[in-house]
Design a protein around this ligand. Structure first.
Ligand code: ATP
Ligand code: MG
Length: 451
């Protein structure tokens, strides 16, 4: 009671930040229960049958309102994680610092979160802790439905859909903001960015994805507070940048990040994208290609994306190492390792993704070999398709001849006979090399035999 009073008096600067409960009828918002995934709907229904409050919340409601297919479904409830777990046989509690429950429904996993409360100030026992810049480090205080809405970042993300009544509970005029195409922060934007600087990136991503304008109040402080991003752990930044690049609006996001002053030195990944004049066309083509794939519902792999973002760095290193006298293929491998060593650490690229990137790069010189058995071997490579798509991007950017891409397209799609006729005669230098190797072989074995 006292805590509520204090938070009401001191906690929130902007008027009405706690929000008044508005219930919006289906005739006004247009979302129907059958638009939800069956898993999220059943999860909410089960919680309600057990006497708890439950809603589909956040991005899914926002996306449905905007006419976009939601990526995933989140459920918010007043049941504690332990109570949620008792309602579902196939469920488990995830996370220690911020506990949520994963409910498994068929092949779907629904994330269920207990309503969160205000996090209070540093040092208050049982409340959130912040770092020296105000970033919230711990955040596991339960609260009311109204508290939960106030803790979310943007008004369009604080919408609660109840499938039983098909109504939306809206504390912060999120439905109206979405209709007016405005991305508005809940509460005082400066304070909310200090609590979590990643919200600056989320603002850019969500505005680009949904075609919204960032409200001037929320936009203004970004330039001033941009450096707070430096305090965010690299792995979280990596996750957020990956979301941004695979949002289906990567090109728009990158342009907007640049406009908001959210790049130089703050986002190593973005520096990679923007600070390579030679590769800019290639990188932009790659982002356009990723956007198109996402919009067509095709899968995108982080490995492919990063392979394209870093390729021109590899090319430059490769040239330098070759110029110093190394042979082409070993030079490429040295260049790959050097680039990945520097970037993996900076960008927090995981080892698995680094492996995928290398596979794609290592295939590139092999596409040059179009005689004998070699092209058949390339087709068999597990990462062939990614390597081939990568080659086509190189063609599109003008780095390699269109003819090479066409040849591989024909070879890939051709039957056995077509493939055989496509094969090129071995290059004279290849024949010479093979002969030389043959000639050298007995000589070296002769050397090995003691006289
Ligand atoms: P998408 O799923 O399209 O990436 P989303 O808004 O659903 O976007 P999630 O990360 O799935 O993003 O988060 C679900 C909800 O949790 C959000 O809609 C928002 O209400 C809340 N949320 C997420 N991140 C934050 C944050 N940094 N600060 C405050 N609320 C957040
Ligand atoms: Mg989501």
């Amino acid at each position: 009671m006292i805590r509520k009073l204090i938070s009401r008096v001191f906690g929130r600067k902007t008027s009405g930040a706690a929000g008044d409960r508005a219930v919006i009828s289906p005739s006004k918002h247009g979302i129907r229960r059958d638009q939800l995934s069956s898993g999220s709907r059943r999860t909410v229904e089960t919680l309600q049958q057990h006497g708890y409050k439950a809603y589909v919340v956040g991005g899914a409601v926002r996306d449905l309102l905007a006419g976009i297919a939601p990526k995933d479904y989140d459920v918010a409830t007043n049941a504690t994680p332990e109570q949620v777990r008792q309602c579902f046989r196939r469920s488990r509690i995830i996370g220690r610092r911020f506990q949520i429950v994963h409910v498994l429904m068929g092949s779907e996993t629904v994330e269920v979160t207990t309503f969160r409360g205000p996090h209070g100030d540093e040092g208050q026992p049982g409340r959130a802790h912040t770092d020296a810049h105000g970033r919230v480090l711990r955040d596991n205080v339960f609260g009311s439905e109204q508290d939960d809405a106030a803790r979310r970042d943007f008004t369009v993300n604080a919408l609660y859909f109840d499938p039983a009544t098909e109504t939306i509970v809206d504390y912060h005029h999120g439905v109206a903001d979405l209709q007016q195409k405005t991305l508005r922060m809940i509460g005082d934007p400066k304070m909310r960015y200090r609590e979590d600087p990643v919200r600056m990136l989320r603002a850019v991503r969500l505005a680009a994805k949904l075609g919204l304008t960032i409200d001037p109040e929320a936009r203004r402080p970004i330039r001033e507070l941009a450096t707070l991003i430096e305090n965010v752990p690299a792995s979280r930044l990596f996750d957020e940048m990956l979301k941004l690049l695979t949002s289906g609006s990567a090109v728009k996001c990158v342009q907007q990040l640049r406009e908001e002053g959210l790049h130089h030195g703050l986002l190593p990944l973005l520096d990679v994208i923007l600070e390579q004049p030679l590769g800019e066309r290639f990188v932009m083509l790659s982002l356009e290609n990723t956007d198109r794939r996402v919009r067509e519902g095709k899968p995108t792999s982080p490995g492919f994306l990063f392979a394209t973002l870093l390729w021109h760095e590899v090319l430059a290193k490769w040239e330098a190492i070759k110029a110093a006298g190394e042979r082409a293929i070993p030079a490429l491998f040295l260049a790959m390792d050097e680039v990945l060593e520097v970037q993996s650490e900076k960008l927090a690229i995981t080892r698995r993704i680094a492996g995928d990137i290398k596979d794609i790069w290592a295939l590139q010189p092999r596409f040059e070999q179009r005689s004998g058995k070699r092209p058949y071997g390339v087709l068999e490579q597990p990462r062939f398709k990614a390597g081939y798509d990568f080659l086509l991007l190189r063609v599109a950017s003008g780095e390699v001849e269109a003819e090479l891409g066409e040849w591989w397209t024909n070879f890939l799609n051709g039957d056995a006979e077509t493939r055989a006729t496509l094969l090129l005669p071995p290059k004279p230098d290849e024949t010479r090399k093979r002969r030389r190797r043959k000639r050298r072989a007995p000589a070296s074995s002769a050397q090995a035999i003691p006289e």
